[in-house]
Design a protein around this ligand. Sequence first.
Ligand SMILES: [Zn+2]
Length: 334
Amino acid sequence: MQLNDLPWAAQSISDLGNTLPNSLLIYGQSGIGKRAASKLIAQSILCSENQNLGTPCGKCSDCDLFLAETHPDFRLITDEADEEANEIDTAASTKKSGQKNISIAMIRGLSEYVTIKPLRDRAKVIVIDPADSMNASSANALLKVLEEPPIYAHLILITRSPQMVLPTIASRCLKLKINTPSESAAIQWLKVHADSKHDRYLQLALRLSGGAPMRAVELCEDEQFFVIREDIFGELDQRVLDTFRLAELCEKLEPAQTSAIFNTLLLDVMCVQEGGGIQHNIDQTEIVERWANSKTGKDLVHWSDDWVEFSRSANHPLNKRLTLEAIFLKTPKS
Ligand SMILES: [Zn+2]
């Protein structure tokens, strides 16, 4: 990964100049590449040949260690850490399951880590992603680190919006916004970064991702997603909904993908009802318009609450199928 691979973030990163404060808050919408940008900045701080932030040389021994995810002076703290480990995550271990909170134990581990001087003599960089995943005690523990960080320590916090982070934390950080690129720029980027056999999905994937290129590249390479989505819309097109079939189809997708389909459908329908255009499901205009003409705004809002609840509980495997069936039974009537 180089700065050129994130052209929409390059200007914001270059604007930082060469002096990085001890704490930086990177923000922008989901799927925009905030973690990739933070890692690029972290690598450039640790790079022994680097002159500019965000442009590590990629060749020195520090870059080698960083790219091998074994640099001793870099830590990534995420909410994906293993429950049993319950300690700060190393760059080498990006764990996928377990608790969804950055715990106070992880932040205490960070405080201890920060007090030990860098092993490679340059700096220490810690990325916390997402910074809004801390509870009150974790946030207060972090605040103590931010109040008096050692000169060599750099903390990079990541969030979708600075408002999601405690004001006392946000106010101590320099803020770096990563802007969403224009659709044409994002499609150009996708043409280079996504497999060309998925070209026909590029614009749709981008729209369903809210314009975020990195999320779109993942989506457009998941051909199965588009096949199942097509089947789901086929079912939604029926006069009488087959709730069991819909639940069966949705069960084949990641919960986040199911949420994305129905959240964007609801947004489009409500937008059309308000006199706007279809922003996301640009290939399903007939269904969106029919729903907009036949369903009440109140029913749509209620159903939308069910999908928000589904998104919240989506990581609990308990009764996913039954939950989906129950939601489809409550589909707004025409
Ligand atoms: Zn280097």
